[in-house]
Design a protein around this ligand. Structure first.
Ligand code: PLP
Length: 291
């Protein structure tokens, strides 16, 4: 079976970051980087960010930096020296894009609790091609099923932790059932939370809505979209939402940094026709990330 998650073309570029703010250095992608006792591997214990590279730079960098610091704090990791992460990001993007501002890519920051034997965190930045499946979903949208989320690392302080095993298992289950993505609902109230790796935005006329409530990761894409859309005359609000609220919207979108936006084409079997303003909404999302 062809693995659509792996891009065949271009080598990733890796920069290792010294966790307490020393130097950054380039790392060969063909050489090992992680030790056998790294808590990132043995426990999924760490945090990360995925950023879109567009126009020769990381989009929405400030919001990613803030969330990264907040995630580290929520997980009791030493405060990451953001200027070093940004330096590694600039260097990796320059190596990957080689001056071609039309190249789009995915940049990932990974920060683990590190080796059990040393207690020092492990930290690195990767820039790599965007998977073809992600690009396809931007164009074609995704079929989605809702499912209750029965776990949460820290409901009051949602952090972007490395622990996505349960999320990935849910996605595999969804795919077995013929869906491409999921929207999690709260196990008790049934209220809408978020996508597996995305924030939900519904559009009705000139109103943009995103679910509010505990346990939802604050999305950097949604925040950028709401700031920009508000300026463009849309009314934007985070509020509690039911699955029926989504079903009665003109369109529903899953937004995240690298995929940007995938329109929900069906939700629990209910089909959504492409709205007349689909292009306008897509352009709005794209413009929000290009500032
Ligand atoms: N919610 C979850 C659970 C995610 O994993 C992600 C991104 O990976 C998002 C929301 C969207 O966040 P962002 O727009 O910052 O990529």
């Amino acid at each position: 079976m062809k693995n659509m998650d792996v891009h065949p073309a271009k080598e990733p570029v890796i920069y290792v970051v010294e966790p307490y703010g020393g130097s950054v250095r380039k790392h060969m992608p063909t050489l090992p980087l992680i030790y056998w006792d790294d808590a990132g591997v043995t426990r999924g214990d760490g945090v990360f960010e995925s950023l879109l590279v567009r126009g020769g730079k990381a989009a929405n960098l400030e919001r990613h930096g803030k969330r990264f610091r907040d995630s580290a704090k929520a997980m009791d990791l030493p405060e990451p020296p953001l200027e070093k992460w940004e330096e590694a990001t600039r260097l990796a993007i320059a190596d990957f894009c080689r001056g071609d501002d039309d190249v789009e890519a995915k940049c990932t920051w990974t920060y683990t609790r590190g080796r059990a034997s040393t207690g020092h965190p492990t930290a690195w930045v990767v820039v790599q091609p965007i998977a073809p499946k992600v690009l396809e979903q931007r164009k074609k949208g995704v079929s989605v099923m809702t499912t209750p989320r029965l776990w949460q690392v820290a409901e009051e302080l949602p952090a972007k932790t490395l622990n996505y095993a349960a999320t990935m298992a849910t996605l595999r289950l969804a795919r077995e059932k013929g869906c491409e993505d999921v929207i999690f609902t709260d196990g008790d109230s049934g209220l809408v939370l978020e996508g597996a790796t995305s924030t939900v935005i519904s559009v009705k006329g000139k109103k943009l809505r995103t679910p509010a409530g505990p346990g939802i990761l604050p999305g950097t894409t949604q925040a950028a979209v709401f700031d920009y859309a508000q300026e463009q005359g849309y009314r934007c609000k985070a509020k509690e939402m039911t699955v029926d609220d989504l079903k009665s919207a003109d369109s529903v979108w899953l937004v995240s940094s690298v995929r940007v936006a995938a329109r929900v084409t069906s939700l629990d079997g209910k089909k959504f026709k492409a709205p007349d303003n689909a292009k306008e909404i897509q352009d709005l999302f794209a413009a929000a990330l290009s500032r």
